[in-house]
Write a protein that binds this ligand. Structure first.
Ligand SMILES: [Zn+2]
Length: 345
């Protein structure tokens, strides 16, 4: 999706020096400007061009999944630049740079009738559809054009929970969690209804497509249960080691009801830790997105997610966002939504 503010910024930035040049050139025929004056104008024009290029570059690189570290910064600076050009540029280009268009752009997305209606009375899929689908939704959020979408609200599919982003409130509880039907299980896991139904579909498809049986392990865990688990680790091995084994209470995706651990269950269910080496694990890594899940902690992403690879930990983000995630080649939710890396608390 084109970034709404990008052409605005480019056009305005280009127009202004041209306007100034024309004005001053016209006057110059009667009263030739001094060299210093032209020098100032040239510097101003160069700065405007430079700033425009910076903004355009930042916006263009904002969605590239392979430049993770840079990507977060680019996304942030893109928004910041669109709101207010750097102080140096503003001063040099003087008063000719128009008021930034960010506010009107943001309202254009969130005030669109379909978006307003979906936010008021629709489900998450309706909201995403109103933005134009998964990728358009993602792009709007990353560009800052969707302030009505909170990535901190755990009632929605798009919530991002990591070591820098605790649940809000920290003892959040999902409205409803249910046991997914028609699968083996080693723990009495429950998920929010859409995620539970999606997991049932995933398990059925894995069996039908020859990958074997997938079973449910731990799914929703309350703040209280996570507190007990985490404190147990702290008591036995200390805080540093506990942080390697368990999310702190209030920082676990399991508390949203949108995350589940799965196991391969061919002849009884194996340990979740061995899931990645099974046919089920390979099938899930390739196909979970079709059912609205992502493998949240992939290999090689620890510096961003804060977790070692967990082939067994699936996070439900719904089919629309999961397709955008898959098609875009993303490997973390942080890069998908242009958020900072969260390697530690
Ligand atoms: Zn898990």
């Amino acid at each position: 999706m084109p970034q709404p503010e990008q052409p605005m910024t480019r056009r305005d930035a280009r127009r202004d020096p041209a306007t100034r040049d024309t004005t001053h050139a016209a006057g110059g025929r009667r009263r030739p400007p001094g060299g210093a004056r032209w020098g100032i104008l040239a510097v101003a024009a160069l700065l405007v061009v430079g700033v425009t290029a910076t903004v355009a570059t930042a916006l263009a690189s904002g969605g590239q999944p392979d430049a993770v570290g840079d990507m977060s910064e680019s996304a942030v600076s893109a928004s910041a630049d669109a709101v207010a050009l750097p102080a140096g540029a503003s001063a040099a280009a003087a008063d000719s740079i128009p008021a930034p268009a960010q506010t009107s752009v943001a309202r254009a997305s969130c005030d669109a009738p379909a978006v307003v209606t979906a936010l008021a009375s629709g489900g998450d899929a309706d909201v995403i559809a109103a933005f134009g689908g998964g990728e358009a939704f993602r792009a709007a959020v990353v560009s800052g054009a969707a302030p009505c979408v909170s990535l901190s609200d755990a009632r929605h599919l798009w919530v991002v929970v990591d070591k820098k982003r605790p649940l809000d409130p920290v003892d959040f509880e999902p409205a409803t969690v249910v046991a997914p039907a028609d699968m083996q299980r080693t723990v009495d896991g429950r998920l929010v209804p859409d995620a539970a139904n999606a997991l049932t579909a995933l398990v059925a498809a894995a069996a039908k497509e020859g990958a074997g049986a997938i079973g449910l392990n731990s799914a929703y865990r309350s703040f209280a249960s996570q507190t007990r688990t985490y404190n147990g680790y702290v008591d036995s091995m200390g805080r540093d080691q506990a942080d390697q084994q368990s999310a702190r209470p209030g920082y676990s995706e399991h508390q949203t009801g949108l995350a589940t651990d799965v196991a391969a269950c061919d002849n009884g269910c194996g340990a979740i830790e061995s899931f990645g080496g099974t046919a089920q694990g390979a099938w899930t890594a390739a196909n979970a997105w079709r059912f609205g899940f992502i493998v949240r902690y992939e290999p090689g992403q620890t510096a961003i997610t804060g977790y070692e690879a967990e082939a067994w930990h699936l996070r439900y983000i719904g089919p629309d966002l999961a397709k955008a995630y898959h098609d875009g080649g993303y490997h973390t939710l942080e890069e998908f939504f242009g958020l900072p890396a969260a390697p530690g608390y």
